[in-house]
Design a protein around this ligand. Sequence first.
Ligand code: UTP
Length: 462
Amino acid sequence: MNYSEAKSILEKHGQGHVLKFWDTLDAVQQAGLLSQVEALDFKTITAIQALLKDGGEPAVPLGAMKPAPVVSLQASQISEPRALGEAALKAGQVGVILVAGGQGTRLGYDGPKGTYRLAPITQASLFEIHARKILALERQFQAAIPFYIMTSEGNDADTRKFFAQNNCFGLNPDRVKFFVQGTLPAFHPDGRMVLESPGKLFAAPDGHGGILSALDRRGMLADMKGRGLTTLFYFQVDNPLVDIADPVFVGVHLQRRADMSLKVCAKCNPDEGLGVTVVRDGRTSVVEYTELTREQKNERLADGELLFKFGSVAIHIFSREFLIRELSAGLPLHPAHKKVPYCDDQGKTVKPDKPNATKFEKFIFDALPDAKEALILAFAREDEFAPVKNAEGQDSPATSREAMMEKFARWLVACGVKVPRDSEGRLAVKIEIDPVYAHDAASLAARLPKGFQASGDVLLKG
Ligand code: UTP
């Protein structure tokens, strides 16, 4: 794209200001700005301008809705789906997708969130914890389980380097595939894109929903096809308890011939920041907690349970065919009013101290209403969900680490090991079990030496 092509398309979309400082830029800066303009998706920009005109309201109106049906499996109902899921894993039909492109603002950690050292004793990173679970599955099922990791422009290089420095944590590098998600500009209230500096448009990752187009653009859908994958397990980087490619979940998804499946757990309070699963206009959807009214969040049934009790924790399974179908559907855009650095009339970058512009993100769960068959499976929160979102307090490294150790403690107790606790019932020792050593109480029982005692910190590795 050259200058006059850029000028023409920008002016056509009311964005002529982007070239305001053109004559002051050097050749490298001019080339950088042109390539940013070339990469813009003007269809999306037009849609955003329309949204801003409407006051930036959520793209999907709430309408009348009721809770979506949730499947809870009894112990006696597990063996059949487990066998199905295990067969798919053994046949090499299951791949794993991790979204790790977020900026981790709330944690305030310098580096990709996946490199955060979380394990209680070895301080293994979140990436290592996840990778070792996949390695354990590959060994258990004697199968290849490709691992697709979505990064963003800001953390892609650091993420690749971290995996390379750690030899992919034992995984075959040919099966660890990184792909960068797209970006979206931010917008002033009048619909103009924010110029961050004279030669640069402000751009932020386009949300975890950006995965659909990124999978396609970066050749990952073709890679999945080439490897014969039919089923993709999807999760977020911040949850060390996630049961990756849980064979039972995979099995129920396959049994139901679902396009998309979700795991949900009971919210711990009405204001917990989880989206709820609903049916509206006959279609299953996830509604973000920010889009629920106070009344909707607090509505209770006669038995005192919350009406919208189940929250989605972003653990999904997709059929590969559905991902392809959904590509052309286009996910809605969700606005968020944020502090965005901008360039003033003199070309100086200003960091505002209050929100001044709107960023937009796509959410992957917005694909759900398009699923012809959707499955929602309930799970026990303490076993599978303890995210690292904040630096302190709820959903912090401290609470997540504690939840990991409590889970390992339950496995040890199930194996007949006495776990020491203090007078207030808190664990008196640290516990860490490498996923390759054991992935549940039964596999732990099979490996634990006879007469094992937890007299001090317990570290069971590899
Ligand atoms: P969060 O919504 O928790 O965002 O992402 P975050 O960026 O990690 O943290 P904050 O909100 O800035 O504090 C949930 C998951 O989605 C991924 C994140 O990496 C995380 O695994 N994500 C989020 C992306 O991959 N891309 C995005 O654009 C946004």
